[in-house]
Structure formats: structure tokens, C-alpha cells
Design a protein around this ligand. Structure first.
Ligand code: 5GP
Ligand code: ZN
Length: 142
């Protein structure tokens, strides 16, 4: 828990929210500044800033809640699809330093883009470069 964190304050009920779902480890509520109707945030109840710092239990619990809610959000908003994403760290645009999954309902013609279109810092790397990148990552996660 963090005294000043907005999302911790929502968990404690100090700031009101339009709550959608709650269990032992997670809470889901409507985003106050929605990109589309039904834009929902899912957060761990533990104050953790970044995905890589979540406990395995909270990581599992977050995805379980996402899986549980996403169909109902789409049905309720009468949309066929959604974009699901996490801004992980300030350089990615994270403003609230408490992990949160965005679920943004999507419709054809909503003029939204695709997540992989957010950034373009590379062209298509050579096979050699891809091998090198894969190896560098494997060394750190294996
Ligand atoms: P970020 O850029 O950190 O991924 O996004 C933070 C999100 O939290 C934003 O979409 C913003 O609208 C939402 N948000 C910020 N403060 C509040 C709040 O007090 N209540 C709710 N429900 N959402 C908030
Ligand atoms: Zn917090």
C-alpha cells in the first residue's frame, strides 16, 4: 500500500470509483477518462509499479481477472473486440505508478490504431540481428 497512490486510495475507498469486479487480489473499475465507453482498468491490490515486480500470484490473478471480465465488458458495450494493454514504465506513457491493465472496447471504424503501431524505432532486422536479439533476451530470462 502507498499512502499517496491514487489507485491505492481507490482500493481503500478514499476516492470513489465505478467498481466492476473485486476479489482477494484484484480490483476492476472504469477509467475516469475513457478512450471508449466501458474502458476498464484492472489492478492488483498490492502496490506494485511495474509488471516485472509483481509476485507470480498477483500476475496470475491479474490475468485471471482479465479473462473473467473481457467478454462481459464487450457484451455490455455491444462491441466485438477490445484492445488490452499495459503502459509499463514512464517512457511507455505510464502515469499512475501502480500496475494496471487497460481494456478498451473497440469497434470497426473507431479510428483507433493498433498497439504495434505505437512505436517504430526499427525496420525489419536481418536474420543475424534477430538471432542476436533472441540470444540476448534468452540469456536474461532462461
Ligand atoms: P496510464 O497512462 O498510467 O497507463 O493510465 C492511467 C489511467 O488511469 C488513465 O487512463 C487515467 O484516465 C486513469 N485514471 C487516473 N486517475 C484516475 C482516477 O482517479 N480514477 C479512475 N477511475 N481512473 C483514473
Ligand atoms: Zn498504489
Amino acid at each position: 500500500m502507498s499512502e499517496s497512490c491514487i489507485f491505492c486510495r481507490i482500493i481503500r475507498g478514499e476516492i470513489p470509483s465505478y467498481k466492476i469486479y473485486e476479489d482477494e487480489r484484484t480490483l476492476a473499475f472504469l477509467d475516469i477518462n475513457p478512450s471508449a465507453p466501458g474502458h476498464t482498468l484492472i489492478i492488483p491490490k498490492a502496490h506494485v509499479t511495474r509488471v516485472e515486480d509483481l509476485s507470480e500470484e498477483d500476475a496470475e490473478a491479474l490475468f485471471r481477472t482479465l479473462h473473467r471480465l473481457v467478454g462481459g465488458i464487450q457484451d455490455a458495450m455491444e462491441v466485438p473486440s477490445s484492445t488490452i494493454g499495459i503502459n509499463n514504465g514512464p517512457e511507455s506513457g505510464q502515469e499512475v505508478p501502480h500496475v494496471h491493465i487497460h481494456i478498451i472496447p473497440r469497434t470497426r471504424g473507431d479510428r483507433g490504431g493498433i498497439m504495434q503501431g505505437l512505436v517504430r524505432t526499427t525496420g525489419r532486422p536481418s536474420g543475424e540481428a534477430m538471432l542476436d536479439i533472441a540470444e540476448r533476451i534468452r540469456e536474461r530470462v532462461g
